[in-house]
Design a protein. Structure first.
Length: 419
């Protein structure tokens, strides 16, 4: 067997183990391996929710806008910036990932007039593809979207994407870590290749931020978006973030103009005059209750340090893959993620023809929560702030038992709305 140290020994040696105590565990028996979809609740966020509702809203009322609320989208953006290699003033919190993506796609296409092609890949999150199509249709000007296929459904077609870049390509839009297989692009290589031919690149960092290293400034990346409710533990449906390289900020136009992006919002001019810097990419009033809860998870992530988190993520996913090779591959499970840690994000996908039934059996019979993506993908999210080796060991043991006993066969007859 490849794995020689016990889960207990590995957990005892974990330098980040203490961070688990900063999160809510109302059911200590639950094994949660879905932090790549929704992160756990930081204990401080529950306290912060009471502060926002009871004090800032309940007592201070509208005075809170001047006291703490007005600057929150940029202040929290500055806290996220070091986690993605951005400078102060390059990140803002606003809207959802999809809305931010739409804003930046339209802004980029309008800047890149005379170029007609948009490149993406077949591993991109479907919602990103919907946004790309809608934005291209809205802008018009003959834009076409080219979806370059992954050869194996696991690895991104990096070489093919770079070979396709020319002076008619306006934009490349990719998920840095792909949602299904967890493949991680070489952000530097793609961004550098694009810059050489004047192509803009827009990265979706939703499955990256808080789990793997990202250095947008070093790579010369133009634009990025990402969500805050996965590895940043910002809460369900928490507002997303967007990044615009400082040199581009005053050149790009936010296509969804709103009063929060005005240079003098309380002058209430009927004409729109965009603010300078990242504020111009804001649109409407910030949802302060949900926005305020992002900060606590970001603070914990920054305190732990992205390099330490990435090391633990790689070690735990390697451990899980070693166990797959020894115990699950003989039972018909395939590895649907890259085997090399430098090509992988922080979730591991396993394929099985009865994947949905196995997923439902894990949840109902074992209290183990991964998630499922069709047609056969079981995704096991490793959130290094609180995932333990004991969690991964429990998942492996349950998978072996489910398949060898056949107890998953009746489960797939019912498909829940959310998988």
């Amino acid at each position: 067997m490849s794995v020689t140290r016990s889960p207990a020994a590995l957990d005892a040696a974990d330098p980040l183990a203490a961070y688990r105590d900063r999160f809510s565990f109302p059911d200590p028996a639950l094994v949660y391996l879905d932090g790549n979809s929704l992160g756990r609740l930081p204990l401080r966020s529950a306290q912060r929710a009471c502060e926002v509702v009871r004090n800032e809203w309940g007592e201070r009322l509208i005075r809170s806008w001047n006291e703490t609320w007005w600057e929150a989208p940029l202040r929290i953006g500055d806290q996220i910036a070091p986690l993605i290699g951005a400078a102060p003033g390059e990140v803002a919190i606003a809207d959802s990932t999809s809305v931010n993506l739409f804003k930046l796609v339209v802004a980029a296409l309008r800047r890149q007039r005379g170029r007609h092609r948009i490149l993406t890949d077949s591993l991109n999150f479907p919602s990103d593809l919907y946004v790309l199509r809608g934005a291209a249709e809205l802008v018009g000007a003959g834009h076409t979207i080219e979806i370059i296929d992954s050869v194996d459904g696991i690895h991104g077609p990096a070489d093919a994407l770079m070979a396709a870049m020319d002076d008619d390509v306006a934009l490349v839009s990719l998920s840095h870590v792909t949602f299904k297989s967890g493949y991680r692009y070489d952000l530097d290589a793609i961004s550098t290749a694009a810059a050489e031919v004047g192509v803009m690149v827009l990265w979706d960092l939703s499955h990256s931020v808080g789990a793997v290293p990202v250095d947008l400034r070093e790579a010369g990346a133009d634009l990025a978006v990402g969500c805050t409710y996965k590895y940043l533990n910002g809460g369900p449906g928490a507002p997303a973030f967007l990044y615009v390289r400082q040199e581009l900020q005053d050149e790009l136009i936010n296509p969804v103009s709103g009063w929060w992006g005005h240079d003098a919002p309380f002058r209430f001019d009927p004409g729109f005059s965009p603010a300078h810097g990242m504020r111009r990419f804001l649109t409407g009033t910030a949802p302060m209750v949900s926005l305020s809860l992002i900060e606590q998870g970001v603070e914990i992530t920054g305190e732990a340090g992205i390099d330490a988190l990435a090391r633990k993520s790689a070690a735990q996913s390697d451990y899980f893959i070693d166990r797959w090779r020894d115990e699950l591959a003989p039972l018909g499970f395939s590895l649907n993620s890259p085997s090399a840690s430098f090509e992988r994000g922080s979730h591991v996908s396993l394929g099985h023809p009865d994947g949905l039934g196995i997923d439902l059996a894990l949840i109902a019979d074992y209290g183990i929560l991964p998630d499922f993506r069709p047609p056969d993908n079981l995704r096991f999210g490793i959130a290094p702030l609180y995932t333990t080796y004991a969690d991964l060991d429990a998942a492996i043991g349950a998978l072996v038992e489910i398949v060898t006993t056949g107890r998953h066969r009746d489960r797939a007859r019912t498909t829940p709305t959310v998988t």
